[in-house]
Design a protein around this ligand. Structure first.
Ligand SMILES: *[C@@H]1O[C@H](CO)[C@@H](O)[C@H](O)[C@H]1NC(C)=O
Ligand SMILES: *[C@@H]1O[C@H](CO)[C@@H](O)[C@H](O)[C@H]1NC(C)=O
Ligand SMILES: *[C@@H]1O[C@H](CO)[C@@H](O)[C@H](O)[C@H]1NC(C)=O
Ligand SMILES: *[C@@H]1O[C@H](CO)[C@@H](O)[C@H](O)[C@H]1NC(C)=O
Length: 350
């Protein structure tokens, strides 16, 4: 089938074992054009392995049902106060019946190569976004290359760009610590009429530390929301029978994710200023502003939440050294949540 951005061949689709996953994977292409919807529906019907899952919304809402197993590592040394070294972490989706039904999967390198083949992914934000980017690169690059990437990626306050030739993946990390930096970025997309296929944004900690004004943060988020919403191409309206109404032949819209703030462990924050300004009350106010700003899908906004807050809380105090940046297990889990959300989302759009 010749479709722009159609990257998963039928054989590759069957590579995924779960029934839901098969269903979802059929619809995955990360450059989400809406070519001919009838083509797509025919292709779904012709595949006998397709099981239609009734409620994808439910599966999206269960994506964060993750538990961490934290145990002393082999090199455990009680005198060495180093959480990252002292504990091993494993994560998995909870073994609830409802979660089982969704058949979420940890993607292996090859799956990720398939999924992101030919895509442009952009992650913009603060240090959380940087670590998230590193998680993604650790999954697609070999370890030697990851080491060399690390030194560039962790240069403070700088952007990072890479093209992974083998999979035709373009990945940009944009240092954008404040919400207005994100808005500026969106305006740039608008001017150029050029958008990434997957856009992950997140911002909050810098504003909390350097401005410490939740209502100002909320106002900036609303500006961001408005500029993102106006950037999106008109989404096609589906009739009850699943047919596209109107003449939408090639609509392209980025997949949008919001990287939430981590749970801050005040006593572990590494400066007096942070402990004073980034207290529990202020953090609560900032979280509230995120909800009030309607930036998130669950509140009618454009971004699907990648809930680092709940995952980091779940992983707990043994998963952080500075009460703010967490063990790679947290970001790795979030990355796989995003992959599964992408699979669900791209199917939903068709
Ligand atoms: C823990 O160990 C890692 C790796 O050796 C090191 O980079 C980090 O700074 C250490 N953290 C603390 C709090 O000592
Ligand atoms: C990516 O897609 C191209 C074109 O469909 C294909 O030739 C290539 O083998 C794919 N690469 C990977 C790593 O899947
Ligand atoms: C982000 O915004 C701040 C505040 O407006 C500004 O001072 C800074 O230069 C911006 N940074 C980047 C990387 O655009
Ligand atoms: C917080 O920000 C709001 C909106 O920008 C502003 O009106 C208010 O004066 C600020 N409050 C403080 C204490 O600076």
């Amino acid at each position: 089938m010749a479709m722009a951005g159609w990257h998963l061949s039928r054989n590759k689709v069957l590579f995924f074992s779960g029934a839901l996953f098969i269903t979802l994977a059929v619809g995955v292409h990360l450059t989400p054009y809406f070519p001919s919807v009838t083509d797509f529906i025919t292709s779904v019907k012709s595949s006998s392995s397709v099981v239609v899952v009734e409620d994808r919304e439910t599966c999206v809402s269960l994506l964060h049902e993750i538990s961490f197993e934290v145990m002393p590592s082999n090199v455990f040394d009680p005198l060495l106060n180093n959480n990252s070294l002292n504990y091993q972490k494993f994560w998995s989706w909870s073994r609830l019946d409802s979660v089982d039904l969704c058949e979420f999967q940890k993607l292996k390198r090859n799956d990720v190569l398939d999924l992101l083949n030919g895509s442009w992914v952009m992650v913009a934000g603060d240090s959380q976004a940087r670590i998230f980017t590193l998680s993604l690169l650790s999954l697609v690059l070999d370890s030697k290359r990851v080491e060399s990437v690390k030194s560039f990626l962790f240069k403070r306050h700088s952007d990072y760009h890479i093209v992974v030739d083998e999979m035709d993946l373009k990945l940009d990390f944009i240092w954008a610590p404040y919400p207005n930096n994100l808005t500026d970025l969106v305006m740039k997309f608008k001017r150029r009429h050029l958008y990434p296929d997957v856009l992950v944004m997140g911002s909050g900690l810098w504003h909390m530390l350097h401005v410490t004004n939740a209502s100002d943060y909320g106002a900036l988020l609303r500006l961001l929301r408005n500029s993102v919403t106006s950037m999106l191409p008109v989404s096609p309206k589906f009739g009850n029978d699943g047919a596209v109404m109107g003449s939408v032949s090639s609509v392209r819209s980025p997949h949008l994710f919001w990287l939430g703030m981590p749970t801050l462990i005040n006593s572990m924050l590494n400066t007096q200023e942070k402990r004073a300004k980034m207290n529990d009350v202020v953090q609560g106010e900032y979280e509230r502003e995120v909800r009030k700003s309607s930036i998130l899908r669950e509140f009618g906004g454009p971004f699907q939440l990648l809930d680092i807050g709940s995952l980091s809380l779940n992983c707990g105090i043994k998963c952080t050294d500075d009460g703010m940046h967490y063990d790679s297990a947290v970001y790795d889990a979030e990355l796989h949540i995003m992959f599964n959300a992408l699979l669900i989302e791209s199917h939903q759009k068709l």
